[in-house]
Design a protein around this ligand. Structure first.
Ligand code: FAD
Length: 372
């Protein structure tokens, strides 16, 4: 098995490190700052393959595969690491506040039920039987019992620790300044020297596009900001994820309710804004009025790794030793662990056939490789 350098210690890089180390690769993970502290830390932790799906496509199938693996993977990691990852299999209740919203949910119900996805249609009163603190304005809902949430911070930490205990070398506070491509071989330049490996996995989240470009490789990943708030100071008024037209509420195992999230194309600015936070508070109150009295315990923002078509980029970059594992946009917590498995399998066997063409770096055309 080859030696592999992974750039980026978010959930995707950590999952790749874990799976590759498990498969016997010699792994070095290089992280700009501290592992798990960028988008992975900012996420709400939802595992929402159905609620995030818009069509019966490759993304839905990957999400289903990821979801099916989650309980077993979390149990194995918890046993290995000795701390809880807080998988909460309580389902997601999507709700509508008007006829237009109800119609959208009805269409989702129809096509997803047609695929055998477990979903329950509820009228407004039935929604309030499930979640008694919901607003009286809720007129309909779709309950999806197979969706869940996880403590994304603990999951990333568990993957990192498990990778380390299987021999992966974790190098933090070491920014990769640029990638260099020479004769089909990519190396990574850091302040502490160049990193060469049989395979370089690019898992640098929202920065992946910039790093790829530094080697003349076109991987169009761009940052999409998401702001969030943590509401507390009261007993959590909901017991499962509630998702409305302007945002979602995620009850976390520690009693806080995370309310999110904005979706903003503002470059690499990773700050919260007064208007963003106001919007989140208002959206939370509209779903569960009692949350109007909650205290904002903290707020934060993160940069999702977005792609032009909204799909992840997974697989080898033609004619190079670079493997892309990035662009997971709104679903990196759901898809991070399964991406680690796909990447490890591909590198170990050279067989990337189980990666749908929709996710391949090839879809962006021939790489503009400047052999510099
Ligand atoms: C507000 C918000 C809510 C979200 N909610 C959910 C959710 O509920 N469910 C879900 O599935 N997904 C969610 N997401 C999306 C999810 O967080 C991301 O898709 C996922 O974290 C991406 O993981 P990553 O490892 O690719 O990127 P990151 O976590 O950003 O990791 C990339 C790492 O690469 C490092 N890096 C960057 N440049 C360099 C360099 N030059 N050298 C070395 N290292 C470098 C960074 O420091 C970082 O640690 C949410 C995102 C946001 C912002």
């Amino acid at each position: 098995m080859s030696d592999v350098a992974i750039i980026g210690g978010g959930i995707v890089g950590c999952a790749c490190a874990y799976e590759l180390a498990k498969a016997g690769a010699q792994v070095t993970l290089v992280e700009y700052g501290k592992a798990g502290m960028q988008a992975t830390n900012a996420a709400a932790g939802m595992l929402a393959p159905f609620s995030e799906s818009h069509a019966p496509d490759a993304m839905l199938r990957l999400g289903q595969r990821a979801m099916a693996d989650y309980p077993g993977d979390v149990a194995a990691l918890e046993a290995e690491c000795g701390f809880a990852i807080e998988l909460q299999q309580y389902g997601i209740l999507r709700v509508a506040l008007d006829d237009g919203g109800a119609e959208t949910l009805r269409r989702r119900h129809a096509w997803q039920r047609g695929l055998g996805i477990p979903l329950e249609w509820l009228d407004g009163d039935a929604c309030r039987e499930v979640e008694p603190r919901l607003s009286g304005r809720v007129i309909a809902g779709l309950y999806s019992p197979a969706e869940a949430s996880v403590n994304n911070q603990m999951l990333a930490l568990a993957l990192l620790r498990a990778a380390e205990s299987r021999g992966a070398r974790i190098v933090e506070r070491t920014p990769v300044r640029r990638l260099r491509l020479r004769a089909g071989r990519v190396s990574a330049e850091t302040g502490a020297g160049a990193i060469d490996a049989d395979v370089i996995v690019l898992a640098a989240g929202a920065r992946s596009g910039q790093l790829a470009a530094s080697a003349g490789v076109g991987l169009p990943v761009r940052p999409i900001r998401g702001q969030m708030i943590a509401l507390g100071g009261m007993r959590p008024p909901i017991s499962r994820i509630v998702w409305g037209p302007r945002g979602y509420l995620v009850p976390r195992a520690n009693g806080l309710v995370f309310a999110g999230a904005t979706v903003e194309d503002v470059g690499f600015r990773r700050r919260t804004t007064a208007s963003g936070l106001r919007t989140l508070r208002a959206a939370a109150r509209a779903l569960v009025p009692q949350l109007g009295a909650a205290q904002v315990q903290f707020d934060w923002a993160g940069l999702r790794p977005g792609t032009a078509d909204g799909l992840p980029i997974i697989g080898p970059v033609a004619g190079t030793n670079l493997v892309a594992a990035t662009g997971h946009y709104r679903n990196g917590i759901l898809l991070g662990p399964v991406t680690g498995k796909i990447v490890a399998h591909g590198i170990a066997t050279g067989d990337w056939r189980d990666v749908p063409a929709e996710f391949s770096p090839r879809r962006f055309g021939p790489r503009a490789a400047a052999d510099a």
